[in-house]
Design a protein around this ligand. Structure first.
Ligand code: NAD
Length: 348
């Protein structure tokens, strides 16, 4: 396999982690090659120069659009820039991996999916828990019927942050829990109700309580908070025969039945590392026009953006919002994650 030549756009907190992983995947597998690092802040680029040594550093991504040395980009710039940056690279016929959320508005997310399809390029979204071995094991347990009938899910996504400007907790923390529910249940919710509030004078909600109603009466209760001092990334699935508790950080899964409690051993995965390898394989496989399952494709990203939008509408209108998921995304959501074809995954 020829290495995929990747550039990173945005080299802040997450972008630097991505750069380290791309370098590691390059070193250990040869499946990717790091080309350029772009950040519009000179001081951020200077930090990168010190940490990563001599590379192609740029203050603007403009020149990369027509640079044949780069065939794919990982976009790690702020959420508000995702649509503009991703749409420009897709139009320039580059493969794109965008950090979550795919975009701020569903019409933008849908447009990115359309652009990827039209230009026959891979579009992936950084729903990194698709590559979490604990989540994969939890899905296997749920699918096996070990929990019996699924009654409800509870997801706690919390951790202290000082007051934030231009950010809200639903947009920032909501994508992962919504994506995990979709992955585990294989469905999208049809109704969302949400209460949210900001307390410390930041620009948006700092805590949100979401109820997502899936078909068959399965509810997911999601707590998002920047106020709770404890960091939690927890998923609980309550069934008629057992309860499964997963800590997404250490990827430890515990199964509680009436007669015993057991820990299911999983080897924790390096989720970002796996995500980058999977993206490279999507690019490689699509280049031969073979249908290839993109586990975190643009349509899944767009489905999640719809749920973020519905949650925010529910807060502002103080009512339950009906969610309509387009038929194409419905198909994708109900496909088994490991094997399903992805109608909208891109081709070269
Ligand atoms: N998958 C995850 O678990 C995860 C975790 C953290 C952050 N993220 C995502 O990563 C993205 C970045 O978050 P962060 O915490 O690193 O933010 P950050 O503010 O630390 O970094 C963003 C960087 O982008 C740069 N930038 C802004 N506009 C730019 C542009 N037009 N071109 C190039 N560079 C530009 C900024 O100078 C900054 O260095 C967000 O979308 C966030 O949701 C994902």
């Amino acid at each position: 396999m020829m290495p995929v030549n990747m550039s990173v756009i945005g080299a802040g907190y997450w972008g630097k982690k991505v750069i380290r992983e791309i370098m590691d995947v390059s070193r250990t597998t040869g499946q990717v090659n790091l080309c350029s690092i772009v950040d519009n802040s000179p001081s951020m680029l200077e930090q990168c120069r010190k940490e990563f040594g001599p590379l192609d550093y740029r203050l603007s991504y403009q020149g990369l659009l027509s640079d044949s040395a780069t065939s794919a980009v990982h976009i790690c710039s702020p959420n508000g820039t995702h649509f503009e940056v991703a749409s420009r690279f897709l139009r320039s016929k580059k493969h794109v991996l965008v950090e979550k959320p795919l975009a701020l508005r569903s019409r933008e997310a849908d447009e990115l999916v359309r652009l990827a399809e039209t230009n026959r390029k891979v579009l992936a979204v950084g729903h990194v828990h698709r590559f979490n071995n604990g989540v994969k094991e939890l899905k296997r347990v749920v699918d096996s019927g070990l929990l019996g009938d699924i009654y409800y899910l509870r997801l706690q996504w919390t951790g202290f942050l000082p007051p934030q400007r231009d950010r809200d907790v639903i947009t920032d923390l909501g994508p992962h829990p919504f994506d995990i529910c979709n992955n585990i249940l294989g469905t999208w919710p049809t109704k969302i109700s949400c209460r949210g509030r900001g307390y410390r004078g930041g620009s948006g909600d700092e805590v949100a309580f979401i109820t997502a109603e899936h078909i068959d009466g399965v509810n997911a209760s999601i707590e998002l908070s920047w106020l709770d001092s404890e960091k939690h990334r927890d998923v609980t699935v309550v069934g008629s025969d057992a309860v499964a508790r997963l800590d997404c950080l250490d990827q430890k899964l515990v199964l509680q039945r009436s007669d015993k409690t057991e820990t299911i051993l999983t080897v924790p995965s390096n989720t970002l590392h796996e995500e980058i390898i999977h993206f490279a394989e999507c690019v490689e496989n699509n280049s031969t026009s073979e249908p290839y399952s993109n586990l975190s494709d643009g349509a899944i990203g767009a489905g999640v953006v719809r749920l973020l939008e519905a949650s925010k509408r529910s807060v502002s209108e103080e009512r339950t919002i009906q969610v309509s998921i387009p038929e194409s995304e419905e198909l994708i959501a109900s496909e088994p994650a490991q094997t399903g074809f992805r109608k909208l995954s891109a081709y070269h």
